[in-house]
Design a protein around this ligand. Sequence first.
Ligand code: NAD
Length: 357
Amino acid sequence: MQFSLCLLPGDGIGPEIVEQAVLVLHAVGKKYGHTFTTTSALIGGAAIDAEGVPLPDATVAACKEADAVLLGAVGGPKWDTIDPAIRPEKGLLGIRKALGLFANLRPAKLFPQLKNACRLHPDVVRDGLDVLVVRELTGGAYFGEPRGQEVRNGERFGFNTMVYSESEIRRIAKIGFETAQKRNKRLCSVDKANVLDVSQLWREIVIDESKNYPDVELSHLYVDNAAMQLVQNPGQFDVIVTENLFGDILSDEAAVITGSIGMLPSSSMGDGTLALYEPIHGSAPDIADQDKANPLATILSIAMMLRFSFALEEEAAAVENAVSAVLDAGYRTGDIMESGKTLIGCREMGQKVVEQI
Ligand code: NAD
């Protein structure tokens, strides 16, 4: 089969890690008889330098023509003092919006080989940790109206509105159920239905939608309890679905527990088939251009792309197994290094994964 990718390498370590991920993709193509064609486009600081804006129209057009988008990372100190309206991060928000990506999927997995990096007591993660947070990305308090600041009776007020329509809840719930179907068929919906009206609607709609997915076991947690359960007993979770603000916090919490930011992929998807894949970390300017970056989060983003965009489950598993085998063989980049292991750079790590495939 043939698939086209739009690459958005971005800034800092972005180009280095994307280069390795693409080499891995081509190795998959060679082994399984697929062709992956790629085009590159500008985003973030690189786009500001070349075109004066963080998201040129040509980049949006190139993404829309592709079957999937792979992003490195954006931002860096060079652009920290420019006009906030055209900061590199605006490119990231802009592309999600332009492509209508309303669901963010972030798996937080503790590789057994990296269990020493985990922040939790070994007893707590005895059963492992493999949670996927599905976060609603374009609604809730971050976008709701009215919002702003005003003076009321001589005192300043700040306010935002956490608002969701039934259709917004239904479409993210569907993604939650469908994602759970591809994993261990357990979905935990996180809300604050004991206090918030918007959460009461959320819960009603999620329960209603569950009728279409009888094979998925649905549970509910209040967000405060979910935050506690993630550190007390993370093994109980398979897929968590939640609204934008709760998901922002819980997905970071789940990620940091693993202790390995350089290992975690993500994907953002919408109604159509086009999705964007990226590592969860930033552009790591402190190690850029030194061949020190860990490319595995980006390589694992390729595995997500193969599974979710191209329905190539065997190929996705091949990438994940290759990463696991390289870790088993003791190879580590600096961020996941521990004594007794072999320190290698970004390029060599990519090469090792290619060899395993
Ligand atoms: P960061 O994730 O870039 O780096 C945090 C720390 O983790 C650094 O010490 C870095 O060296 C290390 N690190 C991150 N990824 C790594 C990898 N793959 N291999 C090895 N080490 C890695 O976060 P930050 O320092 O807060 O932000 C740096 C820049 O990235 C900022 O301009 C920020 O706005 C931007 N940023 C972009 C994204 C994105 O593009 N999605 C996300 C977060 C931050």
